[in-house]
Design a protein around this ligand. Structure first.
Ligand code: NAD
Length: 334
């Protein structure tokens, strides 16, 4: 297959490298809005580049991968679908709720496959947790704890267009929560604070967030996030049931040291970035996209799924700003 990648920043360059090394990919071609950005990355990776996204869509590609900054996602997804090219789009599917709803309508009207990039769905730990919930081995689920801690913040220019910590960071927790439990979020109560760089406050954002969610079967969920998890990149989920508890992300790379005397676990080394933590999941996700593009499997993460995670994030942002619980029913849907 020949795959086109639009946007060669942090995740775009990383996905381009992953795609280059996958067996099914014959060639990779890159484009970016910034002059020379695509050619510089292409040279480093030994792949092709073109001058802009229009040229990319006309470059005979079998799959279109959107890894631009979030505000460009909706228009490029429309362009990919209009060109009839199977399209993978990084999360979030769009910058706003309204655009996300419109894109669900597009998804319902087109036969062109669309796959949204929530890579945790391909992480073996989360898959095992999903199976444990579905099989009933944990009994009834009463409590879930989920966390996303970035070891250090992204660059300052990323924050103003990121959508805020719940839409940018915890949106992964919200998606995987739906995936693992098969339930929907009913209400949220969220808060946040900033003890780090001023650019978070200046963008109306926070660097650390927390939310209590209630699922539609009355499961209690506590979700936290921070951009300053100095001990390492920390992504975990604990699913607690009446018959047992299962933990995702609890291996020797756990970004924590034990305070217990004589305990040497975890032995390390820690992981420092989402790239390190989720490399196998990203590889599996992009491999699955090839099957989606070839029509072999349905989309493992639809625009509808992305909308539902976005609605939870929107509800958390509203709750944080207005200091009140928010019912998901208050947030528009498709
Ligand atoms: N799934 C994940 O784990 C994960 C991780 C990081 C980022 N992301 C998502 O990936 C996207 C990119 O994030 P990033 O950290 O790589 O950002 P970034 O700022 O490092 O890179 C974005 C790139 O997009 C380019 N760009 C912007 N508008 C464009 C347009 N209209 N056409 C072509 N190129 C354009 C920019 O020039 C830049 O090179 C974001 O939507 C983010 O939410 C997902």
């Amino acid at each position: 297959m020949r795959i086109g990648v639009a946007g060669v920043g942090r995740i775009g360059a990383f996905h381009a490298e992953t795609l280059r090394d996958l067996d099914f990919v014959e060639s990779v071609v890159l484009a970016d809005a910034l002059p020379n950005a695509a050619s510089t990355v292409a040279q480093r990776l030994g792949v092709e580049s073109v001058d802009n996204v229009d040229a990319l869509l006309g470059a005979g590609i079998d799959g279109f991968v959107i890894t631009t900054a979030t505000p460009a996602h909706a228009a490029l997804l429309r362009a990919g679908v209009a060109a009839g090219i199977p399209t993978f789009c990084e999360k979030p599917v769009a910058a706003t709720l309204e655009e996300s709803i419109e894109l669900v309508q597009l998804e319902q009207q087109t036969d062109v496959p669309i796959h949204i990039g929530f890579q945790r769905r391909f992480d073996t730990g989360y898959r095992r947790a999903q199976q444990a919930v579905q099989s009933g081995e944990l009994g009834f689920i009463h409590t879930i704890r989920a966390t996303t801690g970035d070891q250090s913040p992204p660059h300052a220019s990323y924050i103003p267009t990121s959508g805020g910590i719940f839409r940018d960071c915890n949106v992964h927790d919200f998606d995987i929560l739906r995936f693992v439990t098969g339930r929907e979020v009913a209400t949220v109560y969220a808060t946040g604070a900033n003890k780090g760089a001023d650019f978070f406050t200046e963008a109306g954002d926070v660097d650390t967030g927390a939310a209590v969610l209630t699922l539609d079967d009355d499961t209690m969920v506590v979700v936290t996030s921070t951009r300053y998890n100095g001990g390492g990149h920390d992504v975990r989920m604990e699913v607690c049931g009446s018959e047992g508890t299962i933990g995702v992300g609890l291996d020797d790379s756990l970004a924590m040291v034990s305070a217990q005397e004589g305990v040497t676990w975890p032995t390390g080394p820690q992981k420092w970035s989402f790239m390190e933590r989720f490399l196998p999941a990203y590889q599996a996700e992009l491999t699955a996209f090839a099957d989606v593009a070839a029509g072999k499997i349905p989309s493992p993460c639809t625009v509808y799924d992305a909308l539902q995670a976005f609605r939870v994030a929107d509800a958390c942002e509203l709750s944080r700003r207005e200091h009140r619980p928010v019912a998901l029913a208050e947030i528009a849907s498709a």
